[in-house]
Ligand binder design. Structure first.
Ligand SMILES: [Zn+2]
Length: 101
């Protein structure tokens, strides 16, 4: 897992719990210039072999967000959106045929 993915790891841990999936791989896209908040990960079911590529965009609280009153703790998830994808929106790679470790 790259450094950027580690920054938003808590958000994906939450995803893992919600979907009962485990992060299996990360697409560390060279064209992703928002790595501190956007990640593309391959999640695999804990109960079956099913897997899916998922795009996640997370706003993680920083110190300024505490000062502004937008969050109560650093690293708190302020907002998020995530959805299944087949292709990388940054480079167009067909993810289904690639697994990155
Ligand atoms: Zn890409």
């Amino acid at each position: 897992m790259n450094d950027a993915a580690k920054n938003i790891a808590p958000a994906f841990e939450l995803l893992e719990k919600i979907f009962d999936y485990k992060i299996y791989s990360v697409h560390d896209c060279i064209n992703n210039n928002q790595k501190s908040k956007v990640a593309i990960v391959y999640l695999k079911s804990l109960t079956s072999e099913a897997g899916l590529w998922r795009f996640g965009d997370f706003q993680i609280a920083e110190e300024a967000d505490l000062v502004n009153g937008d969050a109560e703790q650093i690293n708190e998830i302020i907002s998020s959106s995530d959805f299944n994808i087949n292709y990388c929106p940054f480079c167009g790679l067909r993810l289904a045929t690639h697994l990155f470790t």
